[in-house]
Design a binder for this molecule. Sequence first.
Ligand SMILES: Nc1ncnc2c1ncn2[C@@H]1O[C@H](COP(=O)(O)OP(=O)(O)O)[C@@H](O)[C@H]1O
Ligand SMILES: [Mg+2]
Length: 241
Amino acid sequence: MLSVEAVSKTFGGVQALRDATLSCAAGEILGLIGPNGAGKSTLVNAISGVLKPDSGSVRLDGRELTGQGAEACARAGIGRTFQNIRLFKDLTVRQNVEVAHITCQAVRPDKAARIGIDQLLAQYELDGFADFAAGTLPYGSQRRLEIARALALGPSLLLLDEPAAGLNETESEVLAVAIEGIRSEVGCATIVIDHDLRFINRLCDRLCVMDQGQVIASGETEAVWRDPRVIEVYVGQSETS
Ligand SMILES: Nc1ncnc2c1ncn2[C@@H]1O[C@H](COP(=O)(O)OP(=O)(O)O)[C@@H](O)[C@H]1O
Ligand SMILES: [Mg+2]
């Protein structure tokens, strides 16, 4: 269970997060949505230790992780992908997955024993490229490799920052099925950021809507879409774009 309480973060004069609060339980798929600049990536960066919040707390299964850094968060079981892909580009595809698996073996050997690297590579259609440098892969394969690497960590929490960006409708559907498979096989809590609302609504049990650094609504997907504040943010956006 992830529990984020009143996290704030300012960059220079920009308040990227204002008392952002959310939770996500094991086995749940939570959609994190909101306009560009709402603070979604900053929140995921604060949860995964990539940046240190100015205030507030991040706890996973009761364990305090606030400000402990990305490596500590990975060791605690937070796997993630990035809005702008961040692979070890000069390592091979297999090595990218192995690095995460080694971390898992060190901290959660029981979970690591259940993860097959070959199986992950096959499942994410990467077996044909296993010995290629990750940076040479086509875009869609790099996105799949980021997910495979996050899963090799044996995550309790999986954070996916715009995983469907740049995918067509068929590819997005394949990805949605894969994320549902992760829920049933790994049982982790999953947070998905995406602008494709069809993809989000089809996939997510609950939504958390952000605007200007704040969480303005959260709850079950259908109920959130009836919330006047959410309608205002989305209708206002379509009127101005
Ligand atoms: N490293 C940074 N330095 C300065 N400003 C940043 C940085 N990261 C994000 N911001 C600002 O914080 C706000 C929230 O950004 P972000 O979390 O990327 O939004 P989203 O992912 O919802 O589009 C934006 O105004 C953005 O310009
Ligand atoms: Mg973002």
